[in-house]
Structures are given as structure tokens and as C-alpha cells.
Design a protein around this ligand. Sequence first.
Ligand code: DX5
Ligand code: ZN
Length: 231
Amino acid sequence: MVLTAQDDFLAPFIQGKVGVAPSLLAADFARLGEEMQAAQSAGADWLHLDVMDGHFVPNLSYGLPVIQSLRRASSMVFDVHLMVAPVDGYIDAYAAAGADVITVHAEAGPHLDRSLQKIRSLGKRAGVALCPATPPDVVDWVLDRLDLILVMTVNPGFGGQEFIPAMVPKIAQLRDKIGKRNIVLEVDGGITVTTAPAAIAAGANMLVAGSAVFGVKGGDYRRSIDQIRGA
Ligand code: DX5
Ligand code: ZN
């Protein structure tokens, strides 16, 4: 049986709750299923899944078969971050594989509006990710097609990089643009107990964390997640 997330999974975060989405990129790939279950048991809000194509970003991670297998084993919210260009040809497949949120990069192609329409037409929640050098205005004419905005706080492609502090005012500008719309504001890259407070203060309310959760060797995932959420 394929398990799916409950329909209103965005609601608490639209109402202001701060969530943590551990990124499986930093998990032990020999034990992916167990790592996912451990994150869920430790109170992870969503599971962040980074798909890298070796073209849009200079690294490869994992793709459809891995997400399909994980989906059969979990009802967690799957927050799928596609670092893929061109991306439109993959949206159907990731929706079918069990993604709940599908996030595409603003820089991944010339037709962001079409990509977002496609995601919603499949019954999925639509996100856009912005690389550090991308101005926040790229969202201006697609705001009504968005469920999530992901601010990259590192250059995408690798876990374990340092948070870029210059992204803090960009997070704040995007929070202003969102206004009263039902859009979650997510940050991704270099999020730790030390960097999370600035991101949260600027208006982020979904915090992706790879190294700071799965990367802590012998780590207590619940403690890490609680500390980041409460930072
Ligand atoms: C980077 C990915 C991130 C990454 C975050 O391209 O999008 O989700 O896993 O890893 P940390 O938290 O280690 O920076
Ligand atoms: Zn990511």
C-alpha cells in the first residue's frame, strides 16, 4: 500500500508554526529506510528529499526509485527539492512517485509559471527555490501559483556548506511579498542551532537541516530537531 500525507499538512506552517524538515542527503545511504523512520520518530515535520541531476548542480544524489521505495514505507510529508534542469519532463514522475510538495528552481528553465501549473494540476503542492544570487522578485508574478518558497542559504549541490548570512534580508523580503497568502517560507542550507534564529527572525518557518540532524554521528535526532525548531 502506498501511504500518503494528510491533506492539510501545510496548514500549521501557514498559521505560523516553525517546522524542521531533515534532509535525507546527510543520512546513511546504506540504511535509508531506517534513517527515515528515525527522523519521523524523532518528531521531524517533513522529510526533505534532494534530487540532483549532475547538470543543474555539480552533483548527483538519488531519484525516482529511491523515493518510490521510501513512499511505500512511510506516510511522512515528502518535500521533494528538484535540482534538475530542464525539469518539466520529470514532474509527472515525481508526483507519481509520492512527492507531496514538489519544488522546482526558478533558474531551471524559462517557464516557471507552466512548471508550477503542472505541479498543481497533479494535485501536489508547488514550490519554487531561489539560488543565492537570484533576486526575490522572480516570485512576483507567480505568487498565486505557489504553496512554498524555498530560499537557498547555500549554493545548491552539496550538504555541509556554510550558511550565507546575506540571505537573511532576502528571507525578510520574501516574507513581505507573501503577506497573507497561504505560502510556507522554507530555508535550505547550513541550517544549525546557530544559524536558524536569524532565518526564523526574518520570517522562515520551515527549516531544512541535513548535517545538523543526520550528520551528527551517533546523534540524538530528537534533540537536534527540537533544538533547531526552538532556536
Ligand atoms: C543542498 C540541498 C540541501 C542540503 C542541506 O543542495 O538542497 O537540502 O541537504 O544540507 P545541510 O543542512 O548539510 O546544509
Ligand atoms: Zn534541499
